[in-house]
Design a protein around this ligand. Structure first.
Ligand code: CTP
Length: 400
């Protein structure tokens, strides 16, 4: 079978060195990668590196191998074009359809999915010119990944960092798997909660649960690959941030509630994949609770936490907002699921069986997605990503 053809565009920014790692991941996973650097990027990483790592000749302009018409051929034959890092200048040139080097020519001729991973200083990213260019590109179906927040060149810190190359690779993998279809969640803001809350008893102890957060992260990654603006509210997962998602940390149910309600205020979709503790200790001991010889331990009194899913579904920050819940059940899985869907008032409920036979933290899942109004979509045992994509398919159909 022919290897999928990927064009890796590299622009002139300090993050160009991270593209070497992305290239390696792509080639090692069986992709045929052609690197198209811009002239200025060669100040950061030389053509010899790209040529050696990709196994292909490297050119920045259209005047080499003219008989092969590279300025159209490279784009025409690609299954995916990814530009990482994409500078503010590249976003501007791509948005305006300029064709003054091999990479911009390639972007104009490509009919396959295009992923741009911008990296620049925060001021340049936030500049209205850049933001308008990004909006233009997204409107045209280009997947522009939100930059990460963190250390930038020099002493600066802020939004504008190139996401981890492994995470950009994950986006590329998903986009390639979806094939030549336009991203269907462009312009949508989706809020996803993931992980398990911890309810503190004292400074060293908490009541928690065994949720790994992997299903929520799979939802976030697949939503990014389908073009959504993603807010991921994570509780105690310890997982690496997915590229392109704004990650908010929340430890307890009350913190998660606050973060979800805030993010939901302008969301098109809210997915509650987090395992939220139904109860929290009534009292928090500011000092460590000590055992005392000859004394029974003191009972722990619990109080109810608010039901965040029911609250979000009940208040609907926007009338057309779609609310998705999860339910892990040990018995009467479907009957309990249907009852829970009604009780919580959400649009979709993903029900799966948990228990002794099922392991938490695994990479796979099997579930049924129940819809308000009667639909039932079984999702066979498989990667959590596949379940995530089914959820987005159903959400996308409802969004219209
Ligand atoms: N959930 C929530 N707030 C809570 C508890 C749960 O938002 N305090 C959400 C979860 O994120 C999940 C859904 O509700 O999407 C179902 O969680 P589950 O624990 O199965 O529901 P419960 O209402 O707690 O039902 P049960 O009586 O089975 O525990």
């Amino acid at each position: 079978m022919e290897k999928p053809k990927v064009v890796l565009g590299v622009c002139g920014g300090i993050a160009a060195y991270k593209a070497c790692e992305l290239l390696r991941r792509l080639t090692e996973s069986g992709h045929d990668v052609r690197v198209v650097p811009t002239e200025s990027s060669l100040h950061f990483v030389g053509a010899a590196t790209w040529s050696a790592l990709s196994g292909h000749p490297v050119s920045t302009e259209v005047w080499n191998d003219v008989h092969e018409v590279p300025h159209v051929r490279i784009g025409q034959h690609a299954d995916l074009v990814v530009v990482a890092p994409a500078t503010a200048d590249m976003l501007a040139r791509a948005a305006h359809g300029l064709a003054d080097d091999l990479l911009t020519n390639t972007l104009l001729t490509a009919r396959c999915p295009v992923v741009l991973a911008p990296a620049m200083h925060t001021e340049m990213w936030e500049h209205p010119a850049t933001q308008e260019n990004v909006a233009t590109l997204r409107r045209r179906g280009v997947l522009v990944i939100e930059p990460a927040v963190g250390r930038l060149t020099g002493v600066d810190t802020g939004k504008g960092r190139l996401p981890d190359p492994g995470e950009i690779f994950e986006v590329c993998r998903r986009v390639l798997a979806r094939g030549p279809v336009a991203p269907d969640l462009v312009g949508r803001h989706v809020v996803i909660s993931a992980g398990g809350t911890r309810e503190p008893l004292d400074p060293v102890r908490y009541l928690g649960n065994r949720s790994s957060g992997k299903q929520g992260y799979a939802l976030a990654r697949t939503a990014v690959a389908r073009g959504a603006r993603v807010t991921l509210i994570e509780a105690n997962t310890g997982l690496p941030d997915p590229s392109g998602a704004d990650v908010v940390r929340a430890g307890t149910a009350m913190q998660l509630r606050e973060a979800v309600l805030k993010a939901a205020s302008d969301a098109d979709v809210v997915v509650m994949a987090a395992a939220v503790a139904d109860f929290r200790p009534a009292e928090y001991a500011t000092g460590k609770i000590k055992k005392k010889d000859g004394q029974e331990p003191a009972p722990i009194t619990l109080v109810r936490n608010p039901d965040i899913l029911a609250e979000v579904a009940g208040r609907r920050a926007r009338p057309e907002q779609i609310v998705v819940g999860f339910a892990a059940e040990t018995d009467d899985v479907l009957a309990n699921g249907r009852e829970k869907l009604r009780r919580k008032g959400c649009d979709l409920l993903v029900v799966n069986e948990v228990g002794e036979r099922r392991t938490f933290g695994s990479e796979e899942n099997e579930a049924v997605v129940l819809a308000a109004g009667g639909g039932e979509t079984p999702v066979p045992f498989g990667p959590k990503e596949a379940l995530a994509d089914t959820v987005w398919d159903l959400v996308s159909a409802r969004l219209g």
